[in-house]
Design a binder for this molecule. Structure first.
Ligand code: ATP
Length: 235
């Protein structure tokens, strides 16, 4: 589904990503782990076209390196960004409509998708007419994910969906991700909560200092002493 080869990204003199190569197969949840500043968000920005990156990005068999961010959304990838970034003065329903701009000429399809994601996140249905800025953090995260899904992406990219959320809400969100995978969405998940991410992921990469330092099956990584020491609290 996605192959990133030798991607590097610099912010002026700072090299934030150094020759990173990752791949994601159709139907997988792939986790991207690493400490603050390791380069996780930068890798997502390179993949989604939000940061100029060197190297190659292939998506669904096509070279997409020359595409800008909106073209990559149209090609089938969508991101729920870190910090959620919902439109705070628009209602839940309006936020979802904005996520569906590619299908704006197909109102029935849009309505069907809204119904689908209200079913996935029932809290959003209850809050449909409420402005997003007054939602709880967890509800805003659900909205950010649902809004990204409104473009019917083949690849859903999530930047730290658990950030600042209570553990129980995180469980709800991760359950939704498992369901989305079952229904055919491929997911790239950046997470600080390594234990939870490895519990739902098929494979994972660990970034350190802008490089991939460990990669493997999630089950193997859960038992890897380096991961246990650095990311799972040593237990
Ligand atoms: P976090 O979990 O804290 O978001 P991260 O792994 O996502 O961390 P990045 O945000 O990708 O890390 O940052 C990687 C490096 O690039 C850091 O050293 C950061 O300071 C730097 N960086 C990120 N964005 C910019 C920017 N716009 N300008 C300059 N440096 C940046």
């Amino acid at each position: 589904m996605l192959t990133v080869a030798d991607m590097s990204v610099s912010y002026g003199p700072i090299c934030a990503l150094r020759q990173v190569s990752i791949h994601i197969k159709e139907g997988e949840i792939v986790a991207l782990l690493g400490a603050n500043g390791a380069g996780k968000s930068t890798l997502l920005r390179g993949i989604t076209g939000l940061a100029p990156a060197s190297g190659r990005v292939q998506f669904k068999g096509r070279d997409i390196g020359v595409m800008n961010a909106p073209q990559r959304v149209a090609a089938g990838m969508a991101m729920a960004p870190e910090g959620r970034q919902v439109f705070t003065d628009q209602t839940v329903h309006e936020n979802l409509m904005l996520g569906a701009y590619l299908m704006r000429k197909e109102p029935q399809r849009v309505a069907r998708n809204i119904e689908k994601y209200f079913e996935l996140f029932p809290k959003l249905r209850e809050r449909s007419g409420q402005v997003a800025g007054t939602l709880s953090g967890g509800e805003q995260q659900m909205l950010a994910i649902a809004r990204a899904l409104m473009s019917e992406p083949a690849l859903l990219i999530l930047d730290e969906p658990s950030l600042g959320l209570a553990p129980l809400i995180t469980v709800d969100i991760f359950r939704a991700l498992i369901r989305l995978r079952r229904e055919g969405t491929t997911i790239l998940l950046v997470e600080q909560m390594a234990r939870q991410a490895l519990a739902i992921a098929d494979r994972a990469y660990v970034l350190e200092g802008g490089r991939v330092v460990i990669e493997g099956n999630a089950a193997q990584l859960r038992d890897d002493p380096r991961i246990r020491q650095a990311y799972l609290g040593g237990d």
